[in-house]
Design a protein. Structure first.
Length: 768
């Protein structure tokens, strides 16, 4: 009977395209549930199965095993003395809502990345097990996830993560990095104390989102197979080891056992909760290294020996060599030297991170939760890469857009996501404007025409409601806008896509296709303006809600995209100023935008959405928002999608968010130089007080009007500005330093005495 039920369940799950990993979560939950007296609600099986089952398993295991060593976020959420404590109530779920922060490491152009949590927990496989690090000295065992004397940083602002634990006799240190040309995560543990210590490499059945599934583990010499796959390559057989199951207890509680254990051990656990600790004696000043392969090897037969196919390999590369490799990689493209050391490190780190979000022929907005392709996120990321001088990477992903397009012209990310065509066309056009390279556009010419026609056709529905006539039908849109509905965001992107299709097709000599896109754009513009007029009449103010039928809510921040990045309205247009005013008055906490819909929390890239508009208006509040973002970065200069208003930890989305990283880089670039009009570049739109008197240098900055290099240095109260640009037709201006000054000279030096009056103080528009 049980076999028949299992067959039926699998057929149902297959109907909803539920993969084998989710089946493993379900089956192990059933076994774990036999101990926990809980079962998953059946109505949730088709929707978010993996997330729901993981959250149920996590809640169940944590509450009956409080003596275990859990990851950092769990330790805080279950501790009633912690500000991060979350009562669990009647809902059978537990997931990370307070510390969604992590840092990715990886190889260049690799499809896979590993992540490191704030206490050094390393997760190399998506939704998989993790490697923790523990230490033992004369004062007993130390667990970083429980200890408060832990710090974390990057090594020289590149993706090499150093986590340090302070103990009485000195410091214990973990370094996590990836060789730039090898798909594996290297974990190095160093003993910087004055005594010999024991260091444990601990395989844990969880990750920064919840429980993982580990049903079998095999130790054979110095190779560890996890669920039949090569999981951990040890430097040598451990001095001693402990392997345990859910019922037998946590390995952390069994480490007092002095026995070395057999050189080969094979353990299975139907609850999927196997853990192991491999212990090494490390003298003072020495270290131990291991490696986790990033690609998912094929599952081997679960025999009590390692398959001959498994090759034991710890990459023979040092941390110093990896740092040097990153420094060489980052020496290409746009270079800056900024007065603010923290901002400089954040820029350097995120330039490197963009190369990790880039996966060869794809780009993803996250290494873990959001490790898949969306046109919307890709557009922001690819344009940021092109702006910072990474055109080859951007071109490689853009060249795949044709393969991602349906035959009807839809650039498909997911069902009813109507902004994707506009995002795709804008990204192609921005790449062309920034590089002058027509190769990508020429190869995608048929796709550009089809994509533009798709927008026009999709907006020609038979809607009787005048408020939505000529607009996109209801869709899912960007998640931060809310539930399924009509959205101006989609239509602004659609209009920008038609305008950019017109631009691209004209550049390619397709006058007929350009004329069709132009006509479609004019038709769509009229429909949008008519709808906005009706919405403003209903709301009693010239503001843009999130959609034709929406009131004033936080999702209206999405409508600011009409100003930046889409350029459909100027920053001084009443539609933009009115909308920005309402957002500042109602939906900001201090200098951050607070998102009340779906992605609840202080929005990272959404705060920058408002800041971009303010930057266009030369409003100093834009700088305040950048400072807020920088002050709320992790020590490794990453951002989640949203930040908890009180705890300052990540509370939504991927803990290392690609859209936030891209917007940060684009904002800094636009602060330093931006296209402010036809053949016009604005240099230093804002000049913070703390930058006055310090040198600012920009080299090889790609713009729509050629490359620009400049430096700003100071001689007492005099500012000396030197520049060199590749286009003699382009005018450069200095809005903050010298309003009214401009030059078309290809190169030159200008000196400004008592440089620039301070901008007027503006009301911060703060609201609790």
């Amino acid at each position: 009977m049980r076999g028949w039920r299992s067959f039926v369940v699998r057929r149902i799950l297959a109907r909803f395209r539920v993969g084998p990993d989710i089946l493993r979560h379900l089956s192990t939950f059933q076994r774990l549930g036999e101990s926990l007296e809980a079962t998953p609600p059946g109505e949730m099986v088709p929707v978010g199965v993996r997330t729901v089952l993981r959250a149920i398993r996590t809640r169940g295991a944590v509450q009956i095993r409080p003596d275990w060593v859990w990851p950092f976020w769990v330790e805080r959420q279950v501790d009633p003395a912690s500000p991060a404590f979350i009562p669990r109530g009647h809902l059978p779920f537990m997931t990370n809502l307070t510390q969604r922060n992590w840092t990715m490491v990886g190889a260049l152009e690799s499809e896979w990345e590993g992540i490191v949590d704030p206490r050094g927990l390393v997760t190399a496989w998506f939704d998989g097990w993790s490697l923790d690090w523990w230490s033992h000295d004369s004062n007993g065992w130390h667990f970083p996830s429980k200890d408060h004397a832990v710090t974390q940083e990057l090594v020289e602002a590149v993706p090499v993560v150093r986590t340090a634990l302070k103990v009485d006799s000195g410091r214990l240190e973990e370094l996590v990095y990836c060789p730039l040309d090898h798909d594996s995560v290297v974990v190095e543990l160093a003993n910087h104390t004055d005594e010999e210590v024991e260091l444990a490499l601990a395989v844990r059945p969880y990750n920064p989102e919840g429980l993982a599934v580990v049903e079998s583990l095999l130790l054979s010499g110095s190779t560890v197979l996890v669920d039949g796959r090569p999981g951990l390559f040890l430097p040598r057989p451990p001095d001693r080891h402990v392997v345990s199951t859910f019922r037998d207890g946590d390995t952390a509680a069994l480490l007092s056992n002095e026995a070395a254990g057999p050189p080969e051990v094979f353990v299975k656990d139907p609850s999927g909760m196997i853990q192991a600790a491999f212990v090494y004696r490390v003298p003072a000043g020495e270290s131990v290294r291991c490696a986790i392969p990033l690609p998912h090897h094929r599952r081997e037969e679960r025999r009590k020996r390692v398959s001959k196919k498994v090759v034991h390999h710890i990459p023979p590369v040092t941390c110093a060599q990896v740092v040097a490799g990153w420094k060489d990689e980052l020496s290409r493209g746009m270079q800056v030297r900024l007065p603010d050391h923290k901002l400089q490190e954040a820029v350097d780190a995120n330039r490197a991170y963009m190369k990790l979000f880039y996966d060869g022929d794809s780009i993803t907005p996250g290494p873990f939760t959001y490790h898949r392709f969306w046109f919307r996120d890709a557009a922001y990321q690819l344009v940021a890469m092109a702006r910072w001088g990474m055109p080859e990477e951007a071109a490689k992903v853009l060249s795949t857009f044709g393969d991602r397009q349906h035959r009807d012209g839809f650039f498909y990310s997911q069902w009813r996501e109507w902004d994707s065509n506009g995002a795709a066309l804008w990204a192609i056009a921005e790449y062309h404007r920034l590089t002058g390279d027509a190769t990508v556009a020429r190869a995608l010419a048929p796709n550009i025409s089809k994509g533009a026609q798709w927008i026009t056709d999709k907006c020609r529905g038979r809607e009787d409601d005048e408020r939505v006539k000529g607009l996109f039908p209801p869709g899912v849109s960007a998640e931060h806008l809310g539930p399924y509905d009509y959205y101006y965001w989609d239509n602004f992107w659609g209009l920008r896509g038609l305008l950019d299709a017109e631009y691209l097709l004209n550049q390619l000599g397709d006058r007929q296709g350009a004329a069709a896109a132009s006509a479609g754009a004019e038709e769509m513009r009229r429909a949008i303006m008519a709808s906005l007029g009706m919405a403003a009449g209903r709301l009693g103010a010239q503001i843009m809600p999130a959609g034709p039928t929406r009131g004033i809510d936080a999702a209206m921040v999405g409508s600011l995209a009409a100003c930046y990045p889409l350029g459909l309205f100027g920053a001084g247009d009443p539609w933009i100023t009115g909308t920005a005013r309402v957002i500042r008055e109602r939906f900001c906490i201090e200098d951050a935008f607070f998102q009340q819909i779906s992605h609840t929390g202080l929005g990272t890239y959404l705060t920058l959405q408002l800041a971009f508009v303010e930057l266009e208006a030369q409003d100093p509040r834009a700088w305040q928002r950048l400072r807020w973002l920088l002050d709320h970065a992790t020590p490794t200069y990453t951002w989640p999608e949203a930040i908890h208003p009180r705890l300052k930890g990540g509370c939504m989305g991927d803990g290392h968010h690609g859209w936030a990283a891209a917007d940060f880089l684009s904002f800094v670039r636009n602060l330093l130089v931006r296209e402010s009009g036809p053949l016009e570049l604005a240099v230093l739109t804002l000049l913070p007080d703390e930058w006055r008197g310090a040198e600012t240098v920009v080299r090889n900055a790609p713009t729509a009007y050629g490359e620009l290099s400049y430096s700003l240095r100071w001689q007492g109260s005099e500012a000396v500005f030197e520049w060199e640009k590749s286009s003699a037709e382009t005018t450069i201006t200095l809005p903050a330093l010298a309003p009214g000054w401009s030059s078309r000279d290809p190169q030159g030096t200008a000196t400004f005495g008592d440089a620039g009056a301070k901008p007027p103080e503006l009301d911060s528009g703060r609201s609790a």
